[in-house]
Design a protein around this ligand. Structure first.
Ligand SMILES: *Cc1c(COP(=O)(O)O)cnc(C)c1O
Length: 395
């Protein structure tokens, strides 16, 4: 039966779960303009300011002039252009693996990758907090799907012990979790996967460019061997452009080109975006000072928020989620911050579990100290208004 969409929207509204689009009239950090008003932007994954960096912009403009705006065809037909191949080489070098393959978005990368690796005779074990695109990808793969408690290696081991030996097994997690900002225990996960004959896949959407000495991501942060797992990620966060990629063995790339439907049956990423992403990856490697600014900004804001008694997640990244619990309160606080000139989204179910609605602040290397101080001042006033006292940050 067809859904009564008008009624469904009303239902969302009464539960404070209706979402609406906001139209942005400027780049995404550090200041955004909405309806002619300027806000300090704490709502972008543009961690290093590369989405609007002059050199990245220039590379894209020059590529448009040479190759045009659109690729004109799928990658396997005539859509593979020089910038795509250059980007895949750059990604493989950056991630220190044999090969990389790009997709239209991070979302479709997961949809392409997971079902290509496993089918109904297999088992997927996924962290409970995995991104919606990973869960969709697991469903699409038709393998048995079990969810392990967030970052709980013991629970994962229990599930691995229960399995029938013959099942090929994938363990799926994120490097830096998108809604909590904490890191997966990669070394322990890898040890367990090795002992129990499973393959680890990590989605490093939020780790790439941000964590590790050279910004290579969570794998570099923990010093594990990139050859021991399969990585995917997106070009849309720290890399500042658009698209997704798989980084791993050359044979995997070759296989995905031949089998991943989300790669085969879609038009290639615009060549200019690929050209921009290559320059962004170069900047990430050549300008460690950007990552250091990001880290300093993140540490300063994290200290201020915890000092004010806000209840944060166990975050170790520039994602700073303040747990509010009730969606209605999170929404009202987000609106109050908006009035005060600070743009912070309220993240509500189903993006996060029930009773864990939150204000999710993301920090960029481009924020000035003064801007972050203004954010803290605004939060201070709003906390008073919502009378959220130190440890009892309920709502
Ligand atoms: C953002 C994100 C994606 C999707 O990437 P897009 O390029 O935006 O489609 C996938 N996985 C995780 C963990 C993400 O945070």
């Amino acid at each position: 039966m067809l859904r009564d969409v008008k009624q469904e929207i009303k239902n969302l509204e009464t539960r404070h779960l209706r979402r609406q689009l906001r139209i942005v009239e400027s780049p995404s950090v550090p200041i955004i303009t909405i309806e002619g008003r300027r806000f300090i932007s704490m709502a972008s994954n543009n961690y290093l300011g590369l989405a609007n960096h002059p050199a990245v912009n220039r590379a894209a403009i020059e590529a448009i002039e040479r190759w045009g705006v659109g690729a004109g065809a799928a990658r396997l037909i005539s859509g593979t252009m020089t910038p795509h191949i250059q980007l895949e080489r750059d990604l493989a070098q950056f991630k220190q693996v044999e090969a990389a393959l790009t997709f239209g978005t991070g979302y479709t990368t997961n949809l392409g990758l997971i079902p290509a690796l496993i089918d109904r005779d297999g088992l997927i074990l996924a962290d409970r907090y995995c991104h919606a695109s990973l869960i969709e990808a697991c469903r699409l793969a038709k393998a048995r799907l079990r969810v392990f408690h967030h970052n709980d290696v013991e629970h994962l081991e229990k599930l691995l012990k229960k399995r029938e030996r013959a099942w090929p097994t994938l363990v799926v997690t994120e490097g830096v979790f998108s809604m909590d900002g904490d890191l997966a225990p990669l070394p322990d996960l890898l040890t367990l996967c090795r002992q129990r004959d499973a393959t680890l896949v990590i989605d490093d959407a939020h780790g790439t460019g941000v964590t590790g000495k050279n910004g290579r991501g969570t794998v570099e942060h923990f010093g594990v061997n990139p050859q021991d797992l399969i990585q995917m990620g997106t070009l849309s966060k720290a890399i500042g452009t658009s698209g997704g990629y798989v980084a791993g063995p050359a044979s995997l790339k070759d296989y995905l080109i031949n089998t991943a439907k989300a790669f085969i049956y879609t038009t290639a990423q615009p060549p200019a975006i690929a050209a921009g992403a290559s320059v962004a990856i170069r900047i990430i490697q050549n300008e460690p000072a950007r990552r250091e600014r990001l880290r300093n900004n993140r540490n300063a804001l994290h200290a201020a928020l915890t000092g004010m008694g806000f209840q944060l997640t166990d975050t170790q990244s520039p994602i700073l989620p303040i747990i509010i619990k009730a969606p209605e309160t999170a929404l009202k606080m987000s609106q109050a911050l908006y009035e005060a000139g600070v743009y912070v989204p309220a993240i509500r179910p189903p993006t996060v579990p029930k009773d864990s609605s939150r204000l999710r602040l993301t920090v960029s290397s481009e924020h000035t100290q003064e801007q972050l101080e203004n954010v803290v001042t605004a939060l201070w006033k709003i906390r008073e208004a919502f009378s959220m006292k130190s440890t009892s940050a309920s709502g």
